[in-house]
Structures are given as C-alpha cells and as structure tokens.
Design a binder for this molecule. Structure first.
Ligand SMILES: [Zn+2]
Length: 544
C-alpha cells in the first residue's frame, strides 16, 4: 500500500531552510523550513527538508543552515516622509565637529546653483559634535552667502543662514509664534535657531520638490529601512497632501516597506479645521487608495514638546520657572480627539514629560467617558517618555497602548540630561515596569532622532546603552520581549494580528533572514547586526 499523498499544493515561490525559524507563535518551538507562495506563508516544518515537496522548477530555494528567520520588524513610530525629504540632504550626520559640518555645506554649495536652497540631513544631535552646539548664522554665512541654508535637526529644530532668514521674512522684530521660539542672543540679534512651531515660518517658503523627486526620496529612504530588517513603518507625521505622494510611490513600486500613516493634526486646532482635515482623509480613503502596502492608521497630535520642551511636573534643571510647554488646553484636545474617533479613525498623541503624559491621560479619560465602548487601541500614547508609576497604572487600567523608542534615548541622552538632569533622563522609557504591569507596548525608533533598525533597537532596549553611557539599567527588558515589541505587539497596535507579526501558514510573508540568531548571539553583536534578506509580502525588498 502506498503512503497517503499530501494534499496537492502549488509549488512555493520561496523555500528557506535555516538553523531556526522563530515563528513567535506562543508555545511553538523553532522550525527549520518555511515556504512562501505569492504574498503568503504557506507552510512551516520542523525538518529542514520537510517542505521539499513544495519545491518546483521555479522555486527559489535558500539553503541557509546557519541563518535564523524572524518576522520582519515594524518600526511603530518613525518618520518615513521626513527621511524621504532628507535622504539626499548634506550628510551632516557624518560630521564629528563643526569644521567638518561646515565643510560639507561648503562642498555642496560649490556644486549647487546660486540661490538654490541647501538642506542637511536631520538625523544628528549637536551634543554629539565635538563642540556640543549648533552652528550659528554667522558660521553658515561663512560656508556660503550665495545660497539659503537650512540646517535641520529632527522635526522641531532648525538653524538658518542670513539668506534663508531673509527669504522666510524673519527679522529681529518678528515675534515668537504661539508654541515656538525664534532664538535671540542676549543683545537681541537672531541666532538663526528656530524651535517647534517657529519652523513653520520656513516650511511655507521652501520650494516644493516635484513628485518624481519625492518618490525618489521615498524609494531610497524605504530601502534603507528594509536594509535594517524593517518591513513596516508607522509614519507618525504624514501631511494630508502627502497621502497622494505615498500612493504614487506605492503604485510605482517604490515603497520597500509597508506604510501605516498617521495624518498630521499639528496644523489644526479649531473644530472646523479638524473637520476639514478629516474630510480630506475620508475622501482619500473612500477613493479606494488603501491596500495592505499603504493605509491610514489615524491622526497624530502632540500635547507637549520634546527634549527641551516636554511638559514636566517639576521644573527644568537650572530653570526654576520653566516646566516645558503644553501645546493644547485639555478640553480642546479632547474635542479634537473626539471628532477624529467619531469618524472611525484612531489617534496617537505625542506625550514626552510626566506632566504631558498626565494631562494626556486626563484627555483620554474624558474622551472615553464621552464614548463608552470605544474599541481598545483607538487611543494611543506616543512615547510616554517620563512615565511615573501612577501614570503607568492609569494607562494600563484604561488599556491604552504606548509606543516606545529607545533610539530616541540613545542619541538624545546628553541633550536630555542638560535639560532634565540625570535622574529624569535615566527614568525615561521604563520598559521593565511597563511590561511587568501589563502595558500594551510596541517599539519604534522615532528616526530622525535616533538610529533606527531592527537589532540596534533590540540592543538598546536590552542594554539601556546611550551616548551618555548605560542609563537606567533596571528598566531593561530581555531579547525575546524586545523582539515581540517590534513584531507581535506591533501588529496588534495596527490591528493586523491576523495578518502579520508572527510566522504562520496564511499570514503575509513578511520575514527577515539573519546571519546569526539574534535571540542568542553575544549581545554586542546586535548593535551592528543587519539581515541577509528582508521579504515583504513575498517580495525580497533587501538582499545583502
Ligand atoms: Zn515622532
């Protein structure tokens, strides 16, 4: 009698034999083989040759007896749009000191037509330069007087040369806009530095890049994410008009990663403005532009500032009258959030300081009281950086998910210590406590502030290493937990647990192949560890 034949299955497009396939399905031991057909995982096996029957003439077979397969990672709080804008900027993140920084700008100026804007990359920190400060307007004028120069760090800090200040219409007499700072020297002269909403004075005069240029930037930036093992980004600040740019990039095959967009609510305040924004989002979604590669997650607001303006209960270090900035009246923010969730969209709100987080939880309690039965996961805390025990207890009790970003602490530690002192900086991101207390956590980078990447984040969360040394070692979590924050938990945050986050037959084929086992290799190897391959929806989007 012949043994029963396995049910007929189409041959796999991709078959990987590996040392371990960590499925992240609870209780399931590591597998040794995984098969992909189309955009889906079709089978897993404990034996490396257990799926050989699925290999056909067109199957790509990857024999990797030393490699480890994991789900592709999500970066649950990052800024792909910003990365796309700056990927071709002057690469000042490579400079070690200000003379190197200015030389890079001078070099770019030499091959840029006079009058054209010169812009920098945004993923750098001035405290990590030898001089530990930003360049000044005078120094930038010394690099070029023939071009407007925009030096940008992160999303909320800029320094302009004189030509750029002129084009933006900013003079020593220009008042600070609400929620922003136009920095002045003690004698009243402009330093060229713009903080928070003051950056909008420049945004509105910047030349708009064309669609091809935008798509080219997104192509390069999304490929960079994929090269670190990331398969999905949750972009936490997408201008509503950029939904069409993302769509065009997706349609042209330029997006290496899946994108979950949080439309920016930073420019809206009144109910009418919120409704007008939501009308545009609704119209875009109703036109059928979403698919599993690109979708709108929700709307993003911010309740306080960041390293230098996060709202604190106790004053800033050395500034007894300064407690950071709250950007909303709680009632107004609750009204805005309520309008968004009323349209069936989710909301993520940036909260960095402990007063910011406390006030946001007040706002969320208000919204939940107005809307009993609102599905868990509709209201999300972005960062929740300085989360005290009572605030954690409230967030856990309310079932509010929190997105955390160790890379932000890694690169920002010196900046933050200057503003907050050592105790509060080391207390940022209490991951051990959050997990032990039952919080719904997921992890990301907040690039452009910190280094992003699957394993550099796992390294950071398990070691608490920063540019200022190891901070708050008691808040560290273990590797399996850190991996889960970027995979299983991340898919729950986006409401896609049935489709992504673990490796199961029928799930989307989003996976990564690593040259060593990230769950057991020496911990210091994680910092630089990059995948051999990243696969998104069955398509290899990165191969080393
Ligand atoms: Zn962010």
């Amino acid at each position: 009698m012949t043994p029963p034949r396995p049910p007929a299955a189409p041959p796999a497009d991709l078959l990987v034999r590996a040392a371990a396939v960590h499925t992240l399905v609870p209780g399931e031991p590591a597998r040794r083989a995984i098969a992909v057909t189309g955009d889906r995982i079709t089978a897993l096996a404990a034996d490396p040759h257990g799926l050989d029957a699925l290999a056909g003439p067109a199957t790509e077979v990857v024999d990797a007896p030393h490699a480890t397969v994991l789900p592709a990672f999500d970066d649950t709080h990052t800024h792909l749009i910003l990365a796309g804008h700056s990927v071709h900027g002057v690469p000042v993140h490579r400079a070690a000191d200000l003379s190197g920084f200015l030389a890079l700008i001078r070099e770019r100026a030499a091959r840029t037509p006079a009058g054209a804007w010169i812009r920098t990359t945004v993923n750098w920190q001035e405290v990590n330069l030898a001089e530990q400060r930003m360049p000044t307007t005078e120094e930038l004028d010394g690099a070029t007087a023939d071009h407007p120069v925009l030096v940008r760090r992160g999303a909320y800090n800029m320094v302009l040369n004189s030509a750029a200040l002129r084009l933006a219409g900013i003079t020593a007499a220009t008042p600070d806009p609400p929620g922003g700072v136009i920095e002045r020297a003690p004698d009243g002269r402009l330093t060229g530095r713009l903080i928070n909403t003051a950056t909008e004075l420049v945004e509105r005069v910047l030349p708009r890049p064309g669609l091809d240029e935008r798509i080219d930037g997104l192509r390069a930036a999304s490929a960079d994410y994929a090269a670190t093992g990331i398969g999905t980004v949750r972009d936490c600040l997408v201008p509503v008009e950029d939904l069409d740019v993302l769509r065009a990039a997706r349609d042209r095959g330029a997006l290496a990663v899946r994108v979950r967009a949080l439309v920016s609510g930073f420019a809206v305040r009144t109910p009418e403005e919120v409704d007008a924004l939501l009308d545009r989002v609704d119209a875009w979604r109703a036109a059928g532009h979403e698919d599993d590669r690109l979708s709108v997650w929700g709307v993003k607001f911010g309740i306080d500032g960041g390293f230098e303006a996060g709202a604190l209960e106790e004053p800033y270090q050395g500034q007894p009258c300064y407690h950071g900035r709250l950007l909303w009246e709680p009632k107004e923010l609750a009204d805005a959030v309520d309008r968004v969730v009323g349209r069936g969209l989710r909301v993520g709100v940036h909260a960095w300081g402990d007063r910011g987080l406390r006030t946001l939880l007040d706002v969320y309690e208000d919204v939940l009281a107005r809307r009993p039965g609102l599905p868990t996961g509709t209201l999300v805390v972005e960062h929740g950086g300085l989360a005290r025990a009572d605030q954690r207890a409230r967030a856990v009790a309310l079932g509010i998910p929190v997105t955390v970003q160790h890379p932000l602490l890694h690169d920002g530690a010196l900046t933050q210590q200057r503003a907050w002192g050592a105790e509060r900086t080391g207390a940022l991101f209490p991951l051990r406590e959050w997990l032990d207390e039952g919080a719904r956590l997921s992890a990301g980078s907040d690039f452009p502030v910190g280094p992003y990447g699957a394993m550099v984040s796992v390294w950071g969360m398990t070691t608490r290493a920063t540019v200022a040394g190891v901070l708050g070692a008691e808040h560290a979590i273990d590797r399996a937990e850190a991996v889960a924050l970027h995979t299983v938990n991340a898919a729950r945050l986006t409401g896609e647990s049935a489709e992504r986050g673990s490796l199961r037959p029928g799930a989307l084929a989003d996976l990564t192949l690593w040259p060593t086992d990230p769950l057991s290799c020496p911990v210091d190897e994680l910092r630089e560890l990059l995948p051999e391959r990243t696969v998104v929806g069955g398509r290899t989007v990165h191969r080393r």
